[in-house]
Design a protein around this ligand. Structure first.
Ligand code: CA
Length: 225
């Protein structure tokens, strides 16, 4: 189990690292907000222990940024007694749990066990990306219609394009954004590639008899409606 600890109080952090290591956790320690965010975004952890008051960038900003990047690693916020509002904001921003300082290390271990167990169970069932009456399962290449149970297999780019549209949940995405996300930066792909794949997807939605469709928004791009 790998843990990221973001905490600026050196003595407290070192003591916490030592006790986590005795419980056989592998710990990376970041002493300020920026370093914490860098590590959270660039490495894979089983859980993140995040202090709120930090130099350079506070814990809530870090949390909001990592959730924005769709990183769902469980986060335990560390708060001081007086920071009730921070607890509420933290949970709203996507923290999974919080601990009020000072706390017993046994309590932290128990929370960590609960969170990492919950995550293992969750990842056994792939999560769903849905809009309107259609959905896909993460890691799968099928598109489903919830209303009638119909299924279509999507191929390569169709799959990536549909996933991108679904993840944007009805917001307009431009042709440039689609090319960048589906074909990548260094690409020969042109606008008509996008149009071709949009038309493939429209055919599949018709086959599915789905109510959800792809709308062309003049000069702006596409969205699910
Ligand atoms: Ca602090």
């Amino acid at each position: 189990m790998r843990i990221l600890l973001v905490e600026d109080e050196k003595g407290f952090a070192e003591a916490l690292c030592t006790s986590l290591k005795t419980e056989h956790y592998v710990v990376d320690w970041a002493a300020d907000g920026e370093e914490g965010l860098d590590l959270a975004l660039s490495d894979v952890y089983d859980a993140i222990i995040l202090d709120i008051m930090l130099p350079k960038m506070n814990g809530l900003e870090i949390l909001s940024e990592i959730r924005k990047q769709s990183i769902s690693t469980p986060v335990i916020m560390l708060t001081a007694k007086s920071e009730l509002n921070d607890k509420i904001t933290g949970l709203d921003t996507g923290a999974d749990d919080y601990l009020t300082k000072p706390f017993h290390r046994e309590e932290l271990f128990a929370r960590l066990r609960a969170l990492t167990r919950r995550q293992t169970t969750d990842s056994a069932t792939p999560s769903e990306i849905a809009f309107g009456d259609i959905y896909m399962l993460q890691g799968g290449n099928e598109l489903y219609c919830r209303k009638n149970g119909n299924t279509m297999t999507l191929n390569g780019k169709e799959f990536q394009l549909m996933e991108y549209l679904l993840r944007n949940g009805g917001q307009i995405v431009s042709r440039e954004q689609i090319i960048e996300k589906v074909w990548g930066y260094d690409t020969e792909a042109e606008y008509n590639n996008v149009e071709v794949y949009i038309s493939f997807l429209r055919k599949k939605l018709t086959f599915l008899k789905a109510e959800t469709s792809i709308q062309t928004v003049r000069k702006l791009g596409y969205r699910l409606v």
